[in-house]
Design a binder for this molecule. Structure first.
Ligand SMILES: [Zn+2]
Ligand SMILES: [Zn+2]
Length: 352
């Protein structure tokens, strides 16, 4: 099989020929039709994340080993199955849940493998979707997608799942306000999800009018261009001066995090999602005085993915895929994403 691998950080990916894996026991071999190109692939390629004041969180310190085949948003067709696989057959169309844990830590025991203490994620810790084939260690990480569109279904495994989990964590009730910071792929997905699973008032904040009108088209009740008005003032105006019950920050950098906190009403909840880096200086008394909850959301559980695929089958949510690339163009795909040229999602079609 051909795979595009990161051999060394910051160097171009190389397309290499590797032996086709043979599935045994519970393993499943999937022929990849689409593999989403995610911002975290860029972090993997660059070797880590920017932290506070010039620090760098290295992926190698978190157990990543190179060479590695990136790609954790995978959909395709089952090519072969191990002898203990049940409920799946060769030819089934599936999406792969990539956030695999080692199975016995407290997170894994409550089915939150995405927060495992020693993760084994496909496309980060083990070879992933920038490849013609991927070996999935257990059939229980597969969800059937039947005749769903292969390109847009792939992105449910990460960007869709993250948006879904973030909206769930925001726990807004009917009539309450949820503010979504950032109308990129995740933000736009979360607008649709909030529309589908809550009865809240949805406000989207971004600096780009085009993205904001897309947010409106997908169901946002209000949009705020934070390059033109003070977004905190505007949220107060929209919420009878109280602030919002929940804010999801898909940017979550030094600039947006203080704004997000200042938009909350008492008992409000901030869900931090973005990995754009930086640090936050915080007036500590406001957290107890206003009873805030600050939480993080990183992807989602397998059950969340099942729910999301079902929601997607109803047609209520759609992810926007507008660029497809061949496997040999993986470097171009990453460069285009890094340069901000991708609106929505880019996917590789490794077998085309
Ligand atoms: Zn675990
Ligand atoms: Zn991702």
């Amino acid at each position: 099989m051909k795979s595009a691998q990161i051999i060394k950080i910051k160097e171009k990916l190389s397309v290499v020929d590797l032996p086709d894996p043979k599935p045994r026991d519970t393993q499943v071999l999937v022929r990849i039709e689409a593999s989403g190109v995610c911002h975290s692939d860029i972090h993997l390629w660059e070797g880590g994340y920017e932290g506070a004041a010039g620090t760098f969180l290295k992926v190698e310190d978190r157990g990543v080993k190179f060479p590695i085949t990136p790609g954790h948003e995978i959909s395709g067709k089952i090519e072969a199955i191990g002898e203990s696989v049940s409920g799946f057959s060769v030819g089934d169309r599936v999406i792969v849940y990539p956030w695999i844990g080692e199975g016995s830590c407290p997170a894994c025991r409550v089915a939150q493998e995405n927060l495992c203490d020693t993760p084994r994620t496909i496309g980060i810790y083990r070879d992933g979707g920038y490849s013609e084939l991927v070996l999935v260690p257990n059939f229980r990480y597969l969800v059937k997608i039947d005749n769903m569109d292969v390109n847009s279904s792939a992105s449910l495994a990460c960007s869709g799942l993250t948006a879904y989990n973030a909206v769930k964590k925001a726990t807004v009730g009917p009539g309450e306000s949820i503010v979504i910071i950032g109308a990129g792929g995740l933000g736009l997905m979360s607008v649709q999800i909030a529309r589908a699973i809550t009865n809240s008032t949805i406000v989207v904040v971004d600096v780009d009018d085009k993205r904001l009108s897309e947010a409106k088209r997908l169901g946002a009740h209000e949009v705020v261009n934070s390059s033109k008005v003070d977004p905190v003032e505007d949220i107060k105006r929209l919420t009878s001066s109280l602030g919002a019950e929940a804010v999801i920050d898909f940017v979550n950098n030094t600039r947006t995090a203080p704004l997000s906190i200042n938009m909350l009403r008492k008992r409000g909840k901030l869900v931090m999602v973005g990995l754009f880096g930086g640090a936050l200086e915080l007036s500590l008394p406001i957290i107890p005085l206003r009873g805030f909850t600050i939480t993080g959301a990183y992807t989602g559980s397998f059950n969340d993915l099942v729910d999301l695929v079902n929601l997607s089958k109803t047609g209520k949510i759609k992810s926007v895929v507008n660029r497809t690339y061949k496997l040999g163009d993986a470097n171009q795909a990453l460069e285009d994403l890094r340069a901000g040229k991708i609106v929505g999602r880019a996917v590789l079609n490794p077998n085309n």
